[in-house]
Design a protein around this ligand. Sequence first.
Ligand SMILES: Nc1nc2c(ncn2[C@@H]2O[C@H](COP(=O)(O)OP(=O)(O)OP(=O)(O)O)[C@@H](O)[C@H]2O)c(=O)[nH]1
Length: 303
Amino acid sequence: MAETRAGFVALIGEPNAGKSTLLNQMVGAKVSIVTHKVQTTRARIRGIAMEGAAQIVFVDTPGLFRPRRRLDRAMVAAAWGGAADADIVVLLVEAHRGLTEGVKGIIEALRDKLPAATRVALAINKIDRVKAEELLGLSQTMNEAYAFERTFMISAEKGYGVQDLKEWLAAELPEGPWFYPEDQIADLPMRMIAAEVTREKLTLRLHEELPYQLTVETERWEERKDGSARIDQIVYVARDGHKGIVLGNRGETIKAVGKAAREELTEFLGRPVHLFLNVKVRPNWLEESERYSEMGLEFRDGD
Ligand SMILES: Nc1nc2c(ncn2[C@@H]2O[C@H](COP(=O)(O)OP(=O)(O)OP(=O)(O)O)[C@@H](O)[C@H]2O)c(=O)[nH]1
C-alpha cells in the first residue's frame, strides 16, 4: 500500500474569492455554506478530502479583510494563526479582478505574518470569466508580487483545474498517518458544525465571562427512527469555577445555551433535534490537546 500522507491546508483570499465553492468541489459535500453562519475566532476544519492515500484537512481562516474594529482584528490574527499552522497555504484570487488592493494586503501579510518556510501556492479562480491571454499576464503579475511555489488556474464553479490542485496538495503533504479513519469523515463536518453552534451560543451568552479554556465536542450523534436526531455534547472547561460560570445560576445559562443551539440545529437540519449538553472539568485538556483543539480536531488520550 502507498505511504499515507496527511496534513493541513489553509485556503485564504478576499471575501467572495470562491473559497467555499472550491472547498465544496474538493470535499464533495456542502459543508462550508453552513459554517459561514458561525463566526468564531479559532481556526477550525472546513472539510476533509481524500486523494489517493492522502488526507487533506482544510482549515478555515475567517475572512482576511482589513480589520477596523477590535473584534475584527482579533479574528484576523486568528486567521493568520490558522494559516501559520498549515502545511500548505493556498491563496485564492479572482481572475477578473486580479491584483487588487485587498490581495496586495494579503500578500504583504503573507510576508510579515507567516514563518518564512511556509509553503504558499496560488490559485487563480474564476478563469471562466476571462480570456486565456489575460491569464498569462495575471499569473506573471502575481508571481512578481510574491514567489508562489506553484500557480494553478482554476474555475471552482465549473470544476476546471480543481483536480490538479487537489492532486498536487495530496502529493506535497507530509508522510504520516491520517488524522481520521476514512469511514468517520462523512459525518465529521456535521459533528463539528454542531459543536461550533454550541460554542457560538456559549460565546454570545457569556461574553467576557467566557473562560478561554473551553471547548465543545460532539460525543454522540444518533439518527432516530422518527426522523429526529439526538446529539450529545460535552463542554470541557479547565477549572471547577469555570463549570459554575457555564452552568449559571441553577443551570439557567446552560439551559438557555442548549435551547438556542437546539433551535439553530433544528432549523439547519430541517428536523427535530434533541440536544444534551454535559459540562465536564478536565484540568489539563489544553496542554494535552492544544494543537488538536485549535484545529478543531478531536483529541483522544492514547492516540
Ligand atoms: N464565474 C465563476 N464564479 C465563481 C467561481 N467560483 C466561485 N464563484 C462565485 O463566486 C461567489 C463567491 O463564492 P464563495 O465560494 O462563496 O466565496 P468565498 O471566498 O467562500 O466567500 P466568503 O465566504 O465571503 O469569504 C459565488 O457567487 C460563487 O458562485 C468560478 O470559478 N467562476
